[in-house]
Design a protein around this ligand. Structure first.
Ligand code: HEC
Ligand code: HEC
Length: 321
């Protein structure tokens, strides 16, 4: 090591050295940072300071919110909460320091595409379904936007395509309904939820009666059952309570959500999946023995009325296809 500090020029390249010399002759070139780089670096420091002033930055116990809120503010209309129900952007105007939540609120209230979406939602909600179905612009909107809400809230149970899972969640695009096909019925289903309830019959019927009535139930939709058993089953059906809920003809009752047994559509008994007639009877027997308790949850606290109306139109469009 040496302590020589003499600025010299390197004889070969002609470059200036820093003047430090190690190990007798090892020297360091003096290559200053390029000017443009240096200024860019200073620029980032200035940018940071300006950013600190404008936007929320340093956490500090002294500031009101626990951090320095910055000088930038956002103004938007707040949500109104009445009786636990939230109406978006219906409350008084509020101004707050810049934050991404408020920024989202501002964009939801000012972005031209978002405003267009809101206008369309209102329009669809206020239009009878028959008109929506005939209007290409409105039905295209319903299919696109409805798919999004359906995916978020309904697909977990009813599956992405709405086809349901037999024995668990009904198919809601097949135009066969437990609770009614009118827009108002479907709207009530979504807003208030539904409880499907068929009592278990294993205590009130004998095994023979269960086999007979199951054969009869299958005969109602034209299955090639044992006619003698089905004939006896008809008596059970009409005297042991089945007809009280499913109607004497077996078409079901919308007020109870009792299944129509005369169509070929099954939501609980896996008749379509059964490999032969005996398996079909077993599938129906299982439902008669054990009954059905299942529930469609209520969505009125999670979706706005207008969103529910769009969903109704979405389901009706899909089931009409
Ligand atoms: C937790 C599961 C679950 C979720 C989530 C769910 N449903 Fe249901 N849904 C059911 C069940 C179970 C039934 C059958 C109720 C019954 O047995 O009567 C049902 C029934 C329905 C019916 C009535 C079908 C008919 O034949 O009358 C409609 C319409 C419906 N759901 C639409 C929706 C929509 C729209 C959403 C999303 C907002 C949704 N469901 C979310 C479980 C669910
Ligand atoms: C208290 C009313 C009630 C009575 C009594 C009743 N059911 Fe039901 N049944 C229902 C309801 C409601 C459903 C639909 C439940 C659901 O989907 O959540 C149903 C569904 C069914 C199903 C399933 C249909 C399918 O699509 O998979 C069969 C089969 C059936 N009932 C047969 C019978 C028979 C046979 C009897 C008489 C032994 C009977 N039910 C008595 C209310 C009743």
């Amino acid at each position: 090591m040496s302590d020589k500090h003499e600025v010299t020029k390197d004889p070969i390249t002609g470059a200036e050295t820093t003047g430090h010399v190690w190990d007798d002759n090892l020297q360091e070139f003096n290559n200053p940072l390029p000017r443009w780089w240096l200024w860019a670096f200073y620029g980032t420091i200035i940018f940071t300071i300006v950013y600190w002033v404008i936007y929320p930055s340093w956490p500090t116990g002294l500031a009101k919110d626990g951090f320095i809120p910055g000088t930038s503010t956002l103004t938007f209309k707040s949500d109104k909460i009445e009786d636990g129900k939230k109406t978006i952007a219906a409350g008084p105007e509020v101004t707050t320091h810049w934050n991404t939540r408020a920024l989202l609120a501002v964009q939801m209230q000012t972005d031209p595409n978002e405003l267009k979406r809101q206008t369309m939602v209102k329009k669809v909600a206020a239009t009878p379904f028959e008109t929506v179905a005939k209007d290409p612009q409105q039905s295209a909107f319903v299919l696109a936007y409805g798919k999004g809400i359906f995916g978020d809230y309904c697909a977990a149970c009813h599956q992405a395509g709405g086809q349901g899972v037999i024995g668990h969640y009904p198919n809601i695009i097949d135009d066969a309904w437990l609770w009614g096909s009118e827009s108002a019925d479907i709207e009530t289903t979504i807003r208030k939820g539904r409880k499907g309830n068929m009592p278990a019959h294993k205590a009130s019927l004998t095994a023979t009666e269960i086999t007979e009535v199951s054969n009869y139930a299958l005969s109602l939709s034209g299955e090639p059952v044992d006619t003698a058993l089905a004939e006896k089953g008809k008596g059970v059906f009409n005297t042991k309570g089945c007809s009280g809920c499913h109607m004497p003809t077996g078409v079901g009752m919308k007020a109870l959500g009792s299944a129509n047994l005369t169509d070929k559509i099954w939501t609980q008994a896996n008749v379509p999946g059964a490999k032969d007639m005996a398996a079909k009877v077993t599938a129906v027997e299982y439902v008669v023995e054990n009954g059905i308790q299942r529930e469609m949850p209520a969505f009125e606290s999670r979706l706005s009325n207008d969103e529910v109306k769009v969903l109704v139109a979405y389901i009706k469009l899909l089931s009409a296809e």
